[in-house]
Design a protein around this ligand. Structure first.
Ligand code: BES
Ligand code: ZN
Length: 628
């Protein structure tokens, strides 16, 4: 209700935009269902069929979205649209289509949510077909010229739907509480392969026509598409990888453990529900480390570190096949049910793959980040963002994408595990996934299930409320320790405090292989933010962090370089920002450049120059941070 009110106010401020056949009068407030205008209580899509042409010259998708719907007897179907051009709407199956009146808005054009598309239907209508094309404002889409791909000779397209961008490439009821099956017929240039979060082809065909089926019902933020010069490599045991041809060997090497991860995951929480599990290696502009599109995780090429040191991101996306894709957050306020469970599950998979010590180190790194994040949130305009259960009404659901959902969520489950014991925890989680499979769950439903199936059953006293409805990290939180991290922290302090000055020219810790990537990250982070340039120079000479082919290491080093005004790193930083679009790296880097008066102009200039290389998810966040 609150949101309806805010939206109506918003509508008064902004000009109304209507494409209706008849000029529509602003009418009763449009139904709003947490970040969606759709009226899914009255009518909802059960199956979507897309019939689309992918045109790289005009950078447009065009065609029709055919919605098969379950109608409770309403004469209006409301969809979400943002940045789409709607040509016509019909009802009826493809042999009996009848044109229908529709209106967009009216009176509502929300910068976050977009607009409702309202179609007049009959009380028994069950097919609604929307003819449309995408525009430059279709923020889900990243159209890359060939220069931004690995091969540099074929263009690339991919989509990013989560959280509420699917409505920018498909007119749809864009709420995670509704599940649909989907199919698609796509026409793409004949030298490119199309893949989706569905059954996929393994090679190109000469016509460039591809058919897709997703037979299990999914929330629509998981509909995904990519088109490019792709090849497929099998990794065994229903897993494989799609990538540009020159990345195939590196990808097969990096992700060789995928079948083992699958085995570990199934052993933990039951059978994988989606038949095939493949990875798709995207170009560098991809704004996330990974995205759990069902059957086909989208992965950032920065994961190809050459030493398998960043594969926990893949464990994470695989884990989403249970937490998120099988059992889905009902609203974006319940985002922690997706991500917190997934980070917990990811860590359990990693424990199987690299052992308990390595997995604890990964978790600890995240825990340090959580503490910093909580400090930031406490001093922000929204201290309540430190609760697991969020209130994102009227805000961009992206705002909820913090370490609270991820890491506080995971530590909630780790702490619960330590309280009840691993055996009971695993039985509980397996039954949770099984009980709620192919449905959406909210925080309240989870709490009731937890009470009934775990706490009351075994008479366990656990204060979940302080985790879920209060800020900060509860006192009960488990405490992890790492000898490795303690020793690199000591090494870092000793170096800074001149205790090993006599060995400056040739540091005793100058071999990369002596420490793990996570230990090196801890070492760099532990250096003071205003560390001397002389010291930075010595590190540079001995360890050359700027040149590591590990984006996590480069990122930490560049952050330290900016805060300490160490300019010899800037040419490397510039190349990094030119090439990489992953928001987790480039947003903090631009923020740091902006914060430092010496580098503010550089940051602004570089962003201006490179923003064309980024997906809208990243460039919009950065533009906001740079107050553009
Ligand atoms: N589902 C998320 C990415 C996401 C969340 C996109 C919200 C849009 C809105 C994905 O699973 C994710 O969490 N990716 C992380 C990986 C990490 C935590 C291991 C990333 O990209 O950094
Ligand atoms: Zn995730």
């Amino acid at each position: 209700m609150k949101l309806i009110f805010k939206l109506s106010l918003f509508a008064l401020l902004i000009f109304s935009c209507t494409h209706s056949k008849k000029e529509a009068q602003p009418e009763k407030p449009t139904p709003v269902n947490n970040h969606s205008f759709s009226n899914i209580e009255e009518i909802h899509t059960t199956h979507l069929h897309l019939d689309l042409t992918v045109d790289f010259t005009t950078k447009k998708l065009s065609g029709v979205a055919r919605h098969k719907m379950e109608n409770q007897g309403t004469n209006q179907a409301i969809f979400d649209v943002k940045g789409l051009k709607i040509h016509k709407v019909t009802t009826g199956d493809s042999e009996n289509e009848k044109s229908r009146d529709f209106k967009i808005g009216p009176g509502i054009k929300n910068t976050i949510l977009g607009q409702p598309l309202i179609v007049n239907i009959d009380k028994n209508t069950s097919f609604v077909n929307i003819y449309y094309e995408t525009t430059e404002e279709s923020e889900a889409l990243d159209w890359l010229d060939s220069a931004l791909t690995s091969s540099k000779n074929k263009p690339f397209l991919y989509t990013q739907g989560q959280a509420i961008l699917t409505r920018t490439w498909i007119p749809i009821q864009d709420a995670p509480s509704n599940r649909i099956t989907y199919s698609a017929d796509l026409k793409v240039p004949s030298d490119l392969l199309a893949v989706m979060s569905a059954s996929n082809p393994k090679e190109k065909n000469t016509e460039g026509n591809y058919h897709f089926d997703m037979k299990q019902p999914i929330p629509c933020y998981l509909i995904a598409l990519a088109v490019g010069d792709l090849v497929y490599g099998d990794l065994g045991n229903q897993t494989g990888v799609y990538c540009e041809p020159e990345l195939l060997d590196a990808s097969k090497y990096e992700f060789e453990d995928l079948p083992n991860m699958m085995k570990a995951a199934e052993k933990l929480y039951g059978k994988y529900a989606w038949e095939q599990y493949d990875l798709l290696i995207l170009p560098y502009s991809f704004p996330f480390g990974g995205m759990e599109n069902p059957r086909l995780t989208f992965a950032n090429p920065t994961l190809l570190a050459g030493d398998r040191s960043l594969v926990s991101v893949i464990a994470h996306e695989l884990a989403h096949s249970w937490s998120g894709n099988l059992v889905t957050n009902e609203t974006w306020n319940d985002f922690w049910l997706n991500e917190g469970f997934t980070v917990y599950f990811e860590n359990r998979i990693m424990e199987e793959i690299i052992g308990k010590r390595g997995a604890d180190n990964l978790a600890l790194i995240e825990f340090f980040e959580l503490r910093e994040e909580l400090e930031r949130i406490e001093n922000s305009g929204h201290p309540e963002d430190a609760h697991l259960f969020l209130d994102l009404d009227g805000r961009d659901p992206d705002d909820g994408m913090t370490d609270v959902a991820y890491v506080k969520g995971a530590f909630f489950l780790k702490t619960l595990e330590s309280k009840v014991g691993r055996d009971k925890m695993d039985v509980f989680l397996t039954s949770y996934f099984n009980h709620f499979k192919f449905t959406s769950v909210n925080t309240q439903k989870f709490v009731s299930y937890l009470e009934k199936e775990l706490l009351q059953k075994y008479n366990i006293d656990f204060n979940y409320e302080e985790w879920i409805y209060q800020p900060g990290i509860p006192k009960s939180c488990i405490d992890l320790k790492s000898d490795g991290f303690e020793s690199v922290k000591e090494m870092s302090s000793a170096f800074v405090n001149d205790e090993i000055a006599e060995k400056w020219e040739n540091l005793p810790f100058n071999k990369r292989s002596d420490y793990s990537v996570q230990e090196w990250l801890t070492f760099i982070r532990h250096l003071p933010s205003d560390i001397d340039n002389e010291k930075m120079k010595i590190l540079d000479k001995n360890l050359a962090f700027s040149e590591w082919t590990n984006a996590e290491i480069q990122f930490e080093w560049f952050m330290k370089s900016i805060s300490s005004n160490y300019s010899p790193a800037y040419p490397y930083l510039k190349s990094f920002l030119e090439k990489i679009g992953r928001r987790k790296f480039i947003l903090p880097l631009y923020e740091a450049l902006y914060k430092n008066e010496n580098t503010r102009k550089k940051g602004l200039d570089w962003f201006n120059e490179f923003k064309k290389n980024y997906h809208a998810v990243s460039s919009n966040s950065i533009a906001k941070a740079l107050k553009l």
